[in-house]
Design a protein around this ligand. Structure first.
Ligand SMILES: [Zn+2]
Length: 600
């Protein structure tokens, strides 16, 4: 047994999340965490909503609400969607808690003390009407290189050159059209070059990463520059230094605070369990956490924050860059074991875009379809290591041909035939098992090794494929053995043996599929006469801020209960009722309906 941290990307609280988001960070991290728990590891799965930064400020201004009010709204919407998907967070919190502020400030101070955060005067764009920093991408103007009239402050989409907003001809704010003012302003920078060596040594020792993620991460080290970590903005974590703490106009910027959420959420979780030091078992690089492993799940646009920025913050805080230093009061902290990044999901050949309404929100999806139908699609056909297209036709096919006609049919015919002929799980005939019986049982048993190993190595597509192979073998076995033909009284013991074997394999396959399909796994467990929790589910709770801030909802759960990753012998004589179908067959007309909805 070991301590395993499942650190899941923090969704930005400026709107509801769509199915592309949850296929990148949500479902894969939950499959992994559920499997690791079932295999006996001590898993801590944390995340929350990312709530600071200019986009939330801008949107709140446009709606005439405060940034906190906007964040409150979408924190709740997002948490509810993730709960409905069955994502088993030990704690899903948010970045506006006082605990988070305190942990962010502690890391800032530790890095500053060790010399990895340095002040610098730069020229920055501000909005003359609000005095706030205008981030590069909120500035538009004519490209000084090619003359394109809608170049962004950070780059020109026409000629592809990186730009500096001060060089744009006739720059304008995209927020309100005013001309930005370029002023000298003092900000704090993270000294990334001083951490490049320690990052390179760490990346050189990484094993088992997806090759593209490791290559991309190493390439980022070739050109590390000091990076600004504060902004002229009121919405964010205050800078914890004398002379800065009480300034209303300067804040730590969102990317710096959000990555620290993994640590602050772990600390919040520990404080809420009544054992405030318990987080160290997953984080302390010395002592009890030194053998812990940490896996970080995200979409590929976030790799830089997890394979460069976050390990840089952890190393600098621990005093491990070329400036040396001493660890802060949290001690030396573990760097990620692996950064597990997925690729992009497109929809019907197009990029997701909330503004252009090319989108399927999680909530809308779950109003019409079951959570496990989406989880199945993501696991079997999601963007694990290639950009992947979601089409309604493929969703329909996967649901009807694989989930319903494959897995659902196996469960349904095994349980109903046994219920009808025996009223219970039949015993094995004293004559014993045939070679075909033994072969099928062995196939299912081997699945625990192959499927488990694949999930542990983040090959979920292959893993669910192996589990579905067990299902296909069992369906083939039933067709070949044809227990429905064994109607004579003399044949009944053999019929019972076949159904016993089939139900054992249903039980095993159900365990193999539990990390992927937890909702239906619970139902199938009950169809087989099982009681109690098989696949634990997250709950949403309203909690008080631990340090006196406003109350908020969190996702949490008791995941110490539930199935283990092992074959459990089915009990002959256990009563069975006629089953209700576990999965819903979808009418082909949904494809046209959904395409019409997308077309708006
Ligand atoms: Zn250009």
């Amino acid at each position: 047994m070991s301590h395993v941290l499942a650190a899941v990307a923090w969704p930005y609280a400026n709107g509801p999340r769509h199915i592309g988001h949850v296929s990148g960070f949500g479902v894969p991290s939950d499959v992994f965490a559920r499997y690791m728990r079932m295999a006996g590891h001590d898993v801590l799965m944390v995340s929350g909503t990312d709530e600071h930064g200019t986009p939330i400020q801008v949107q709140a201004d446009a709606e005439g609400v405060t940034p906190r009010e906007l964040a409150d709204r979408y924190n709740r919407v997002i948490a509810e969607d993730l709960r409905a998907l069955g994502l088993s967070y030990d704690l899903f919190t948010r970045t506006t808690t006082r605990n988070h502020y305190a942990v962010v400030q502690e890391l800032f101070q530790g890095l500053h003390r060790n010399g990895y955060i340095v002040p610098k005067v730069t020229t920055g764009a501000i909005s003359p009407s609000t005095g706030r920093t205008l981030p590069d991408r909120y500035i538009e103007g004519t490209c000084p290189i090619c003359g394109y009239d809608s170049a962004r402050g950070d780059q020109c989409d026409n000629c592809g050159n990186q730009l500096d907003p001060v060089d744009l001809i006739d720059p304008k704010s995209k927020i309100n059209g005013e001309t930005p003012k370029f002023v000298e302003t003092e900000h704090f920078f993270l000294d990334l070059p001083a951490l490049a060596d320690v990052l390179r040594q760490w990346l050189d020792t990484r094993e088992g990463w997806r090759p593209n993620v490791l290559r991309f991460s190493k390439n980022l080290l070739d050109d590390l520059q000091p990076r600004a970590i504060t902004r002229d903005l009121e919405w964010g974590v205050p800078i914890p230094l004398d002379g800065w703490r009480d300034r209303g106009d300067k804040r730590i910027y969102v990317w710096f605070d959000a990555v620290i959420g993994y640590l602050s959420a772990s600390i919040e979780w520990a404080r809420r369990t009544g054992d405030p030091e318990a987080w160290r078992k997953w984080w302390s690089a010395d002592g009890e956490g030194k053998d812990a492993r940490g896996y970080y799940f995200m979409g590929k646009d976030n790799i830089v924050f997890h394979s460069v920025i976050w390990p840089a913050l952890l190393s600098g805080y621990s005093g491990e860059g070329t400036n040396d230093g001493e660890p802060g009061e949290l001690g030396r902290l573990n760097l990620p074991t692996e950064v597990v990044s997925s690729e992009y999901l497109t929809i019907e050949g197009r990029k997701f875009s909330s503004s252009r309404k090319v989108v399927i929100y999680v909530r809308d999806f779950l109003e019409r379809y079951d959570a496990d139908a989406l989880r199945y699609f993501i696991a079997a056909a999601g963007p694990e290591s290639n950009d992947t297209d979601f089409t309604w036709a493929e969703f329909l096919r996967r649901n009807n041909d694989e989930l319903v006609a494959g897995w659902g049919n196996l469960v349904n015919r095994s349980v109903s035939m046994a219920a009808k002929n025996f009223g219970a799980i039949p015993p094995v005939d004293p004559a014993g098992l045939t070679e075909a019986d033994e072969a099928l049982l062995a196939t299912a048993r081997v699945g625990f090794t192959t499927v488990g190993d694949l999930i542990a190595r983040h090959r979920q597509k292959q893993a669910i494929g192996e589990a579905m192979k067990v299902v296909a073998e069992a369906n083939k076995y039933l067709s070949e053995q044809a227990p429905w033909k064994l109607k004579d009284e003399a044949d009944k013991p053999r019929m019972g043996t076949i159904l016993h074997v089939a139900l054992q394999v249903v039980s095993d396959a159900n365990t193999l599929l539990t990390p992927f399909l937890p909702h239906s796994a619970q139902k199938i467990h009950e169809l087989l006469g099982g009681t109690g929790v098989h696949a634990p589910m997250p709950v949403m709770e309203e909690v008080d801020d631990l340090d006196g801030g406003p109350a908020y909802p969190v996702l949490t759960g008791d995941y110490t209960v539930g199935a283990r990753w092992e074959s459990v012998p089915v009990q002959a004589g256990r009563a069975l009722a006629a089953p209700k179908p576990v999965f819903r067959k979808l009418d082909p007309s949904i494809v046209e309906e959904e395409l019409a909805r997308l077309a708006g």
